[in-house]
Design a protein around this ligand. Structure first.
Ligand code: CAA
Length: 276
């Protein structure tokens, strides 16, 4: 299949990697030459890392032959069957992108990788029967889950096709009704926020809270390190959205707001709950 990916950040680059490794041709759209170049580099690095670990069938070079990076959404292929949108968590931005993709790719399934925004709200003004939430997890080539998020207007054939694509890419699918934070972000953020409140209250150190969940509950990494990896700004935005939709139990802790104000956003800035 010919697939499009919009946005070449951590998630978009990972999704492009996954689709290439699955034998698809991928057109990845990023805004401007510098970002397009960075996106190509991110996909190249990710494929190289998978190859080093013996997780790739075929060489990175052979798979990269299937990748085209474009600097304008208008250059997405009109024959694309699937376009995955992975731009930042901003509803207006996502709606603008999806509207343009819907007209450039008239028959494509429009899949949003949003981790919390309402799919029904994004569907407003779009050919909603083609829109579905297709939520991947970081690192995309490694994490087994895809969360499919339905809104009332989605075409039943779209659900069937997206599930089949995801399963053929080796993923396990869960289906979730469109609701704030879906199934995964709602629980992930709840635990992450509680861990931050426990740190504020001096219950235990960041290291010990994380070790508790790693060794006691079998998490691959603790909730604070995971927040550092996801980005404190990303988690804060999701928590604010969930607080607005679900009530004060999702109100972000002061420590999280303070760290974001200070620019301590986690791994990407060198400091979050841990020094990187
Ligand atoms: N292809 C490409 N990269 C790979 C890879 C593969 N097949 N396998 C591993 N890697 C990468 C890792 O991502 C990591 O990348 P960085 O160098 O950028 O850190 C690197 O190789 C080294 O990995 P490690 O040796 O440190 O660790 P590991 O391979 O044993 O496991 C991990 C790494 C998979 C990230 C593991 O620690 C883990 O499962 N962590 C939890 C991840 C998690 O919970 N993700 C969900 C985040 S929430 C989310 O994504 C949803 C949202 O909407 C915000």
């Amino acid at each position: 299949m010919i697939a499009g990916v919009v946005g070449g950040g951590t998630m978009g680059a990972g999704i492009a990697h996954l689709l290439l490794a699955g034998g698809h041709d991928v057109v990845l759209a990023e805004a401007g030459a510098d970002r397009a170049e960075a996106a190509r580099l991110a996909v190249t690095r990710s494929l190289a890392k998978a190859a080093e670990r013996g997780k790739l069938t075929g060489t990175p070079d052979a798979l990269l032959a299937g990748l085209t990076v474009v600097e304008d959404l208008a250059d997405l292929p009109s024959a694309a069957e699937l376009v995955v949108e992975a731009v930042p968590e901003d509803a207006d931005l996502k709606r603008r992108v999806l509207t343009q993709v819907a007209s450039v790719c008239p028959t494509a399934v429009l899949a949003s990788n949003t981790s919390s925004l309402s799919i029904s709200a994004l569907a407003d003004g779009l050919p909603g029967e083609r829109l579905i939430g297709m939520h991947f997890f970081n690192p995309v080539p490694v994490q087994e889950l895809v969360e499919l998020v339905h809104h009332d207007g989605v075409g039943p054939d779209v659900v069937v096709r997206v599930r089949a694509w995801a399963e053929a890419l080796g993923k396990t699918v869960i289906e979730v009704r469109d609701s704030p934070g879906f199934a995964t972000s709602r629980l992930g953020v709840a635990v992450g926020m509680e861990a931050i409140r426990m740190l504020e209250e001096g219950v235990a150190s960041a290291e010990d809270i994380d070790t508790g969940m790693r060794l006691g509950y079998g998490w691959p990494m603790g909730p604070l390190k995971l927040t550092d990896l996801v980005g404190l700004d990303v988690r804060l935005a999701i928590a604010k959205h969930l607080a607005a939709e679900l009530g004060p139990r999702f109100e972000p802790p002061a420590l999280l707001r303070d760290k974001v104000d200070r620019g301590e956003l986690g791994r990407k800035t060198g400091r979050g709950f841990f020094a990187w």
